[in-house]
Design a protein around this ligand. Structure first.
Ligand SMILES: [Mn+2]
Length: 336
């Protein structure tokens, strides 16, 4: 029923110009659903010009995808010229940053339509003429796909790819997908989407400096085995967190990577879920916090991902981290 309501509002507004708005630092679900929705709106109303904008521009990854899709987002939106506005993957005007007040003013003159999968915001519901909000959906792209179905139009190959990319991004490569997500994904693949090519587009190529930092961390690594757990200790002057993740992916259960820059010590700690669950060691509380105090700074974080900052010597800092992990293991007395 949503499509008929959209068409009704386009007619009522005698719309020549539609403006699609995405939240600040718009992610792939936002820009891709907006891109596909723009195509659908052009089919629903011949001659409609559609402008797309993201508050302060799309994210870095989104920009890359838009380039691939040859889709255009404008840097400057002429909000006052819009005959109809759509808020895509965005549930409140504050997410539009400085565009928010202008959009609120324009919404008192022309219809505002929300297409989103986040919990609706009461303020936005009040000023919107139509809310197409599906809180149980894992992405806005799924909503837009269903609008295509309802309207009886097939997404073009590029629109299909866009919808797939947005879905894959918001579902973390389908790891939190619903059954409906797979039905829609299957439909998109039938329209010609190349799955592995699409997923590759979503991975950010690593900078050369980051690759080198990771490899140097491996080269300088010191390995310790305690009760069957493998602890990797290393140091690099930048990208400590990335290097620690790299050491885990190589097989370490725990990785501690320190770095010294202008007398400042920075330490990143990572461990596998299994290590945390079986030993009960919380990297943030049990290791990073006391480590931060030891180096005269601060530390903390999550059970499997933590960090500390302070001053001192690399070797001493790594030794202290190892000691704290060993203490934790002694307390938990758990073998791998
Ligand atoms: Mn989303």
């Amino acid at each position: 029923m949503s499509v008929r309501e959209i068409v009704g509002l386009l007619q009522e507004a005698d719309a020549e110009k539609a403006l699609l708005l995405c939240h600040h630092n718009a992610d792939p679900d936002a820009v891709c659903s907006a891109y596909a929705l723009a195509g659908l709106l052009r089919r629903l109303r011949g001659g409609l010009s559609v402008e797309l904008v993201a508050a302060q521009g799309p994210s870095k990854l989104s920009k890359r995808l838009l380039e691939h899709l040859e889709a255009e987002f404008v840097d400057y939106a002429d909000v006052e010229a819009a005959d109809v506005m759509f808020l895509v993957d965005t549930n409140n005007l504050r997410q539009l940053e400085d565009l928010g007040p202008v959009v609120a003013r324009q919404a008192s003159k022309v219809p505002l339509i929300i297409v989103d999968h986040h919990a609706p915001h009461p303020e936005t519901e009040r000023i919107a003429r139509l809310c197409i909000v599906r809180e149980d959906y894992t992405s806005t792209c799924e909503i837009v796909y269903e609008l295509f179905e309802e309207a009886g139009f097939k997404p073009s190959p590029k629109e299909a790819l866009a919808l797939f990319l947005g879905m894959a991004y918001d579902t973390r490569h389908f790891s939190i997908a619903r059954a409906e997500t797979f039905r829609i994904a299957a439909g998109l693949v039938q329209l010609g989407v190349d799955v592995s090519g699409a997923l590759r587009l979503l991975t950010t190529p690593m900078e050369l400096s980051e690759r080198i930092a990771r490899l140097k961390a491996c080269q300088r690594m010191r390995l310790e085995q305690v009760g069957g757990w493998i602890i990797a200790l290393s140091h690099v002057s930048a990208y400590q967190a990335s290097a620690a993740r790299a050491l885990l992916s190589l097989g370490a259960h725990v990785a501690v990577v320190a770095g010294k820059k202008d007398e400042q010590l920075q330490v990143s700690l990572r461990c596998t879920e299994e290590f945390h669950e079986r030993t009960g060691i919380h990297l943030g509380v049990d290791v990073a916090k006391p480590l931060g105090e030891h180096i005269g700074g601060m530390g903390g974080g999550h059970p499997t991902s933590a960090g500390a900052n302070g001053k001192g010597e690399l070797e001493d800092c790594l030794e202290k981290a190892l000691e704290l992990i060993k203490d934790g293991l002694r307390r938990g007395k758990s073998e791998a």
